[in-house]
Design a protein around this ligand. Structure first.
Ligand SMILES: [Zn+2]
Length: 147
C-alpha cells in the first residue's frame, strides 16, 4: 500500500526503530487563504516516527513502542486538534494544525519524552500523511531543534 513507503533518514546510530500510528481527528485552519480547509473537517492521519540511538535502556528497549503511541495517539485520537491549545494555538500561524505543524508538534512531544530517558534516544524523523496523496516529513535540525 502507498502509505507503507517512508523516506529513509541517513544516520550512524546503532539502532533505529519506527512506529506507525493511525489516528482519526478533526481540524480547521483559521485563515482566509485556507479555503475549504477553514471549515472543520476530519482526516485519518497516518503517522510514522523514527527513533534512533546507540544504547538501549534497562529493559532492552531503545524506547517502548507503547509510550510512543500514548504520546501521540493517546493525546489526539478522536479529538478536534484545534482544541489542544497548548499544541495548536489558533492565533499563531506557526501553531495552526496544518500537516507541517502537526508533524513538528509530534516531533516535539516525542523528543520531550525521549529526553527523559537515560539512554538518550533521538527522534530523527516524523512523517504525517493527511490524505492518500499528501504527506509531510519533519526532520529536526542539529543546533536548531536539537543540541
Ligand atoms: Zn485538513
Amino acid at each position: 500500500m502507498l502509505q507503507q513507503f517512508y523516506p529513509q533518514v541517513p544516520h550512524r546510530y546503532r539502532y533505529e526503530l519506527n512506529k506507525d500510528m493511525q489516528l482519526a481527528a478533526a481540524h480547521f485552519i483559521p485563515h482566509p487563504d485556507a479555503g475549504v480547509c477553514a471549515r472543520t473537517h476530519g482526516h485519518t492521519y497516518f503517522i510514522n516516527v523514527t527513533v534512533a540511538g546507540d544504547d538501549l535502556d534497562g529493559s532492552g528497549f531503545l524506547v517502548n513502542f507503547k509510550e510512543l503511541k500514548e504520546a501521540v495517539h493517546g493525546r489526539w485520537d478522536h479529538t478536534l486538534l484545534n482544541d489542544d491549545v497548548e499544541s495548536f494555538d489558533g492565533m499563531d500561524p506557526d501553531r495552526f494544525p496544518t500537516t507541517e505543524v502537526v508533524a513538528r508538534v509530534v516531533w516535539e512531544r516525542i523528543q520531550r519524552l525521549l529526553d527523559q530517558k537515560p539512554n538518550r534516544p533521538r527522534c530523527l524523523q516524523v512523517v504525517v500523511r493527511e490524505t492518500p496523496t499528501s504527506y509531510v516529513v519533519f526532520r529536526p535540525r542539529e543546533g536548531v531543534d536539537l543540541p
